[in-house]
Structure formats: structure tokens, C-alpha cells
Design a protein around this ligand. Structure first.
Ligand code: PHB
Length: 367
């Protein structure tokens, strides 16, 4: 589909306003874990270069970024809980702003998807319930089995909520345009939302209202800390990634989305599908129903190409589309799509290692 400047149709190249964020176009960079943080999980100058290269996207969502020491579950993921980390993010946000872009940090707590080797003082990871995830975790040296996490005490929940608010304040200090609360992919907030990981019998478990309580408290606290119009949310209703499932995802997530409307968030970032699986294998879920229920800006994510992304935006099915793999491999994706230029292929071997290789060395279009 050719882009015409004269057209009145809203398409991928049309500007948008999401809360306080002015997007130059509706091509969003999806959050992508890249494991290149420095000592102390501090962002590095190389990370600033990587994000600067991708600043022509209408909005960059950073890699998932732990809000506290207990929120880490992978080596070399940049945090936003120490003064050094906040300082380390400043050159990143400056670089993106200098190149005319917008950047929001994805706030993350992994919950049970961790290991004592990755926890402060070798403590057990925390979760809604003491249920061990199937599978293994890379601790930086080797793969180890996940452990049975410790169920958070009721008395500890306000501290978790405050960690999100504090991280959001840190994000403002670091120069971010906004934050995205990560409540998907089987991490802590998703562990509370979905039935397979939440077997609590207090006010935070059982009914969908109770399972959604922590997320809604976090959103309220973060909105209060930095303003609702800088806050986005990531949900992934059916991904089984990190050994998670829900007895009735449609019911759970229709409830959650209904509760979001009064919060007037900047955006909802909806990860569709079932991990990296092809569309034919996705667990059935009615995403259009969420579109109907949600009154704010909707970013849809996962497996879109140019045609399907244009179709989603021009038809009104989405306000923007997030691209992960395509933007990773094509820093100038916006220009390539505009020109119909060929795309670089993704190098899977350097996704989670390799320093500048497969990170800042993907070529731009000539000229
Ligand atoms: C990962 O490191 O594999 C990862 C992190 C955050 C996500 C998904 C995957 O949301």
C-alpha cells in the first residue's frame, strides 16, 4: 500500500497523541530483552546508540526493566532501582530525544521467573503462590531448574505497589516520556492475574476481581506518581510463556480491560497470540472484543507485517502497531516501510548476547 501525504486516512505513518506522548507515526518498537546492561545492571552507552538508531519509530518501548532487586530474573537486564541505573538511562533518553523520538520504559518484576542465584542475598523469588514453574532458568553461568517461589505475604503487597510507583518516579528523573507497566508474559502481575499461578485465598486471589486487584493498585499508584497520561499497560491474555494459563482468559481480561477505562491511561499494548507460534496455533481469544470494550489508545502486537499492520490501523482495529523482530533488525524500519524497501533479516544467534554484534550493526538503507 503506497503512502499518500494528501490522504485523510489514518495509517501507520499518521501522527498520534497517546496521553502526553506525541508520536510521529504509529509504528511502535516493542519491548525486547537484549541482555547488554553493564555492571550493576546499569544501562550502557551502547544501549543509548541502539535506541537512538531506532528513534524514528513513533514510540520506543524499552526492554523489560526491573523495578527492584527482587524483580530480576535474567542476567544483564537494566534496572531502574539504583541511582547508577537512573543515571545510566539519562544518555539513553537524551539520545532518543536528540533524534526526535519518544521512549517509555517497561517496568518489570519477574516474580517466580527467577532463581536464588539472581536474587539479592540468594533469597527465594516471590510470587502470588508457592507454585514452581516448569522448566529451567539461565543464571548467567548455567541452566538450573526453577525453584518453588515464596508466596508474598499480604503485608508485603503495599511494598510491591510502592516499588512500581518509585520506579515510575525514577523513570521521570531519567528523562523517559512515560512508562509501560508489564503485566504480561507470565511475570509477577500476570502471575496474579491468571488462575494457574494464583491460588491465594485472600483479597488478591480467587475471583477475577481479586486476581486483578494488584495490577489495578499498581496502575493507580503509578498514575498518582507520574500522571495517568504517561502510563501504558502491557497485557498478553493467552501466552503460555513461562508456564502460565488461565481457566477463562476471555472473562479475566474483559474484566481487566473494563476496569482500565476510568484510569485514562496513555495506551494499552496488547500482545496477541501464543508466544512465537504461527497464527494457526494461537489459543483462541477475541481481541476485537477488547478493542470494543477499551475506550483508550490500543497498540496491537505480534506477528504483524506491513500489510496487516496498515490494515489494522486504517480499519480502526488498532491505533498503532508494535513491531519487535522487524525493528530489531531494521533500525530504519519506518523509512523502509515508507519506501517499500527490502528488510534486513534477523540474526537469532545475537538476540541475547554479542554486544554490538546483532545489536547496533544492522545496516540502514543507503542514501
Ligand atoms: C525474555 O527475556 O525472554 C523475555 C523478557 C520479557 C518478556 C518476554 C521475554 O516480556
Amino acid at each position: 500500500m503506497a503512502h499518500s501525504k494528501e490522504s485523510n486516512v489514518t495509517d501507520l505513518f499518521s501522527p498520534a497523541r497517546f496521553g502526553t506522548l506525541d508520536l510521529a507515526n504509529r509504528i511502535v518498537m516493542s519491548s525486547l530483552t537484549r541482555n547488554r546492561a553493564g555492571v550493576g545492571n546499569v544501562p550502557t552507552p551502547l544501549m543509548a546508540e541502539y535506541y537512538r538508531q531506532r528513534a524514528s519509530a513513533g514510540l520506543i518501548l524499552t526492554e523489560a526493566t526491573p523495578i527492584c532487586a527482587e524483580g530480576h530474573g535474567y542476567p544483564r537486564t537494566p534496572g531502574i532501582h539504583t541511582p547508577e541505573q537512573v543515571e545510566g538511562w539519562k544518555p539513553v533518553t537524551d539520545a532518543v530525544h536528540g533524534a526526535g523520538g519518544k521512549i517509555a520504559v517497561q517496568l518489570w518484576h519477574v516474580g517466580r521467573i527467577s532463581h536464588p542465584d539472581l536474587q539479592p542475598g540468594g533469597i527465594l523469588p516471590v510470587a502470588p503462590s508457592a507454585i514452581r514453574p516448569a522448566g529451567q532458568v539461565f543464571t548467567g553461568q548455567t541452566m538450573k531448574d526453577y525453584v518453588t517461589p515464596r508466596a508474598l505475604l499480604l503485608s508485603e503487597i503495599p511494598g510491591v505497589v510502592e516499588s512500581y510507583a518509585q520506579a515510575a518516579r525514577h523513570a521521570m528523573d531519567a528523562g523517559f516520556d512515560g512508562v509501560e507497566i508489564h503485566a504480561g508474559n507470565g511475570y509477577l502481575l500476570d502471575q496474579f492475574l491468571r488462575t494457574s499461578t494464583n491460588q491465594r485465598n485472600d483479597a488478591y486471589g480467587g475471583s477475577k476481581e481479586n486476581r486483578a486487584r494488584l495490577l489495578l493498585e499498581v496502575l493507580e499508584a503509578v498514575c498518582k506518581a507520574i500522571g495517568h497520561d504517561r502510563v501504558g499497560l502491557r497485557l498478553s491474555p493467552v501466552t503460555p510463556f513461562n508456564d502460565i494459563s488461565d481457566e477463562n482468559p476471555q472473562d479475566t481480561f474483559e474484566y481487566v480491560v473494563g476496569q482500565l477505562n476510568p484510569l485514562k491511561l496513555a495506551f494499552l499494548d496488547l500482545l496477541q497470540g501464543t508466544g512465537g507460534a504461527p497464527r494457526e496455533q494461537w489459543i483462541p481469544f477475541d481481541y476485537d472484543r477488547l478493542r470494543t470494550l477499551y475506550t483508550g489508545n490500543l497498540i496491537r502486537n505480534n506477528g504483524y507485517d506491513f500489510e496487516t499492520a496498515q490494515q489494522a490501523v486504517t480499519s480502526g482495529a488498532a491505533d498503532a502497531i508494535a513491531f519487535g523482530r522487524l525493528l530489531l533488525a531494521n533500525p530504519d524500519l519506518v523509512e523502509r516501510l515508507r519506501r517499500g524497501a527490502p528488510l534486513n533479516a534477523l540474526d537469532y544467534d545475537t538476540l541475547y548476547s554479542g554486544e554490538e554484534k546483532g545489536y547496533t550493526d544492522y545496516p540502514f538503507l543507503a542514501g
